[in-house]
Design a binder for this molecule. Structure first.
Ligand code: GLP
Length: 250
């Protein structure tokens, strides 16, 4: 009899701080064992403490990120890299500068590219030419989006330009002066792109993510629920704090 593959694996830590440390340790040990690894990175509030811990390990525990190649999931269309709410700016501030990444090895989609469709294809090519992503870090939106793949995104989707859902614009408006300033479009890796990563680590904290997590792990696996794509991945782990896990099994 074949043993069914159970994915993703779920780890519930004691607190959001413990979850961040757990995820940081996963990333750090991957980097230590494979210093030239290809790392997929995410933005948002959730990974900030993960990145803080990586910076600490870089400063205090010899974590060498200089040979890591990174690919970020997504970027707003129309924000230059110097814009404080661009994801390139976020990554520079929260990780790359402080943890000793070599800037030539870091990739964040360019939301200012003249031909975005062509650029999206090039981003895919860059990922595959690098050998593919070894470990992809993910967060999750309240509506179950991963990267900027909103509900309705095909499970086979590739890097492309997307329209953001109203719910995402509202959720992300907390980082902008007003909702009107949030870009309406983004460039994002597709769900198909993400599923090709050899390992996926999704982190979620807080009660506001509990329903999306329960749907992702226990709901139907289809495009209405982008994060449910992880059910199709053989090597995915979901790291939660107790509030984010509170609706599992109910
Ligand atoms: C954004 C990003 C996602 C992220 C999500 C959740 O929309 N594109 O990659 O997972 O927000 O962000 P947060 O961690 O702030 O809740």
């Amino acid at each position: 009899m074949n043993t069914p593959m159970i994915s993703p694996n779920v780890v519930v830590c004691d607190s959001s701080a413990d979850a961040a440390r757990y995820v940081a340790d996963l990333l750090a040990s991957a980097i230590r064992s494979q210093p030239e690894m290809i790392l997929g990175l995410a933005t948002g509030g959730t990974p900030v403490d993960v990145y803080r811990e990586l910076i600490r390990q870089h400063r205090e525990a010899d974590l060498d990120c200089s040979r890591v190649t990174s690919f970020n999931l997504d970027e707003y269309v129309g924000l230059p890299s110097a814009h404080p709410q661009s994801y390139r700016y976020f990554m520079q501030q929260h990780l790359f500068k402080e943890a000793g990444f070599s800037s030539a090895n870091t990739h964040v989609p360019d939301g200012m590219a003249a031909d975005l469709d062509q650029y999206a294809k090039q981003y895919e090519q860059l990922i595959s030419q690098s050998g593919g992503i070894d470990l992809q870090l993910l967060g999750i939106g309240h509506n179950g989006h991963i990267a900027f793949n909103e509900p309705g995104s095909a499970m086979e989707s590739r890097t492309r330009v997307v329209e953001l859902a109203e719910e995402t614009i509202n959720a992300n408006s907390r980082f902008f002066e007003s909702t009107d300033e949030v870009p309406r479009r983004a460039i994002t890796m597709g769900i198909g792109t993400i599923l090709e990563a050899r390992k996926i680590v999704l982190m979620a904290t807080g009660e506001s993510k509990a329903a999306a997590i329960a749907d992702a792990l226990e709901g139907v696996c289809d495009p209405s629920n982008p994060a449910s794509a992880l059910q199709r991945h053989a090597n995915a782990v979901v790291v939660l704090d107790p509030p984010a896990a509170s609706r599992l099994g109910s």
